[in-house]
Design a protein around this ligand. Structure first.
Ligand code: ATP
Length: 200
């Protein structure tokens, strides 16, 4: 069981701190239209690092912050914490049996990310989820229309889906990062050689 709990505060239709505990069995969220069911899956997607406001059904990132109602004033920030089970070490880099990922976003545009209450970068959150089957590109959240999108994807895009599912995208990600470093180092070498040539 991966998901243990979700804490939502100031996110979309949840101004107050709301804690959802997920059991071992199937959890179904039911409610009238517009009552906030999809906002829960948006919160999960968002805390895992989603950067597209459109994917979260908004036009700008500020739209995730509770914007007030006739009875309630807007709030200043949105915060979501996702608590995941790690007893089977699905996150090999973490020793703890539980991993809590938190994202906080202020109206000023400032973002904060935490893993087990330690302040981290977005990159650390993205890397934590790589090849776990979770994460914003992990296909663990299947939105409306996603199946059609996968079926009509171009071969390159479909390959990325299989790479993520097979658990090798982490290595492609690291290879691309190393190639960028190598390129920068080669550029620096050219500059140093030019300087040496000038001095000779
Ligand atoms: P449906 O069954 O129609 O798909 P739903 O239960 O999934 O509906 P959601 O789409 O999750 O509902 O929630 C929509 C509600 O969330 C709307 O009432 C909308 O006003 C509210 N909402 C969305 N963003 C915010 C926000 N930033 N501040 C306050 N309320 C918000």
């Amino acid at each position: 069981m991966y998901l243990k709990a979700l804490e939502i505060q100031g996110f979309k239709a949840f101004p107050d701190k709301t804690v959802l505990q997920f059991g071992e069995d199937i959890t179904a969220v039911v409610g009238p239209n517009g009552s906030g069911k999809s906002n829960i899956s948006d919160a999960i997607r968002w805390v895992m690092g989603e950067q597209s406001a459109k994917a979260l059904r908004g036009s700008k990132m500020e739209d995730v912050i509770f914007s007030g109602t006739a009875q309630r004033a807007p709030v200043g920030f949105a915060q979501v914490t996702l608590v995941l089970d790690n007893t089977e070490h699905i996150f090999p880099s973490m020793e703890e049996s539980e991993v809590a990922v938190t994202r906080r976003y202020y109206r000023s545009g400032e973002s904060e990310y935490y893993i087990n209450r330690q302040s981290v970068r977005l990159k650390d959150v993205t890397e934590l989820f790589l090849d776990t089957g979770l994460g914003k590109e992990g296909y663990s959240i299947i939105g409306q229309g996603k199946i059609d999108e996968i079926l009509s994807a171009k071969s390159g895009e479909r390959r990325e889906i299989f790479e993520e599912a097979a658990g090798i995208s982490k290595f492609r990600h690291r290879k691309e990062e190393s190639e960028r470093k190598l390129e920068r180092t080669e550029e620096n070498l050219v500059r140093i050689n030019d300087k040496i040539a000038e001095l000779e």
